[in-house]
Design a protein around this ligand. Structure first.
Ligand code: BJW
Ligand code: ZN
Length: 265
């Protein structure tokens, strides 16, 4: 029997069916069932003695570029090998069913794109878009050295072909500003939507963690999907406690049945 926390109530189903503008915000838990560890999960190998927070900073990269590049290269290789799950596909279905839909992700993989979502806004950058840390030129990701066959560890960052500077991962580290256009679009969308869906994020990292609050204050219904309690529990109108890969398809099925949706206009 479902508990109150994972119950997909008739009221929620009606809110989703009647929504004019749905905005989704996803975090690391969205990718977990595809095999990507969440950000705050235990580290592996060489990185076991560092917290992810220690590695995801400009200071860490400046102090030990090979350690940080190696960690991101390992994660990039992992991201290349994974595939979307039923929860990603359910979000595509939501996008097809509601008049207006936008998705903002904190994730640096491309699983939403792989699932078929056309316009995904990456708030924290991408593992697949390294750039020069000196002149900012985008690196040719296809030209990066292949993954080492042994367990990956330290890797010296390759050099920029234009200026010789060190390449850096194309992600947003702590203390760095989010891409201004992406953040502005997210703030605006949160303020305009009538249903805000937060999936798989601990809601600890700002400014993304502030978006559901913006939506709630503007009168939107806030729905959270997460198997564990988070900082958002008190704000969300509906807390669906369980994995995204199970609960998102269930939500879509409850709202619209199992069949394929109409093509998007
Ligand atoms: C499942 C599941 C399943 C598991 N299904 N769910 C206001 C207050 C306090 C501090 C600040 C503030 N504003 C800014 C700050 C500082 C800082 C910050 O927020 N610090 C807090 C930690 C206190 N923010 C910043 O520094 C940001 N920059 C900034 O504000 O700049 C201002 C500025 C302006 C002008 C000039 C200069 C500066 C930048 C934040 C960048 C965050 N970057 C990272 C790394 C990206 C690259 C990488 O991936 O390595 O982004 S940190 C990390 O956290 C990563 C994630 O995207 C982000 C969020 O993590 P997420 O997604 O929530 O993952 P987890 O692991 O925490 O949680 C997973 C969840 O999934 C859990 O809840 C599980 O239960 C759940 N789950 N299985 C559904 N199957
Ligand atoms: Zn350069």
């Amino acid at each position: 029997m479902p508990s109150d926390r994972d119950l997909i109530s008739d009221v929620l189903v009606r809110r989703l069916r009647e929504a004019r503008y749905v905005v989704a915000l996803t975090g690391a838990g969205m990718s977990a069932e595809s095999g990507v560890p969440t950000f705050r999960d235990a580290q592996e190998g060489l990185w076991a003695r560092y917290s992810p927070e220690q590695l995801a900073t400009p200071e860490a990269f400046a102090a030990d570029p090979a350690l940080v590049w190696g960690w991101y290269d390992w994660r990039r290789q992992l991201a290349l090998s994974v595939r979307p799950h039923a929860g990603h596909r359910a979000l595509v279905e939501v996008a097809r069913r509601v008049p207006r839909f936008a998705l903002f992700t904190q994730n640096v993989d491309d699983l939403h794109e792989q699932a078929g979502l056309a316009a995904v806004v990456h708030l924290h950058g991408s593992l697949h878009a390294p750039r020069c840390g000196t002149c900012g030129r985008a690196a040719d990701v296809a030209a990066l050295p292949p993954a080492p066959s042994r367990e990956p560890g330290r890797i010296e960052p390759p050099r920029c072909l234009a200026c010789g500077g060190r390449l850096r991962p194309g992600v947003v580290w702590f203390g760095e500003p989010l891409p201004a256009e992406a953040l502005q679009a997210a703030m605006q969308a949160a303020g305009e939507c009538d249903l805000f869906l937060s999936v798989g994020t601990s809601s600890l990292v700002y400014p993304a963690a502030g978006l559901p609050g913006v939506a709630s204050r503007a009168g939107a219904c806030v729905v959270q999907v997460n198997p564990a309690p988070t900082a958002l529990d008190a704000v969300a109108d509906f807390n669906l406690a369980g994995p995204a890969g199970v609960l998102l398809p269930r939500l879509v099925e409850a709202a619209w049945g199992a069949g394929p949706g109409p093509p998007r206009a």
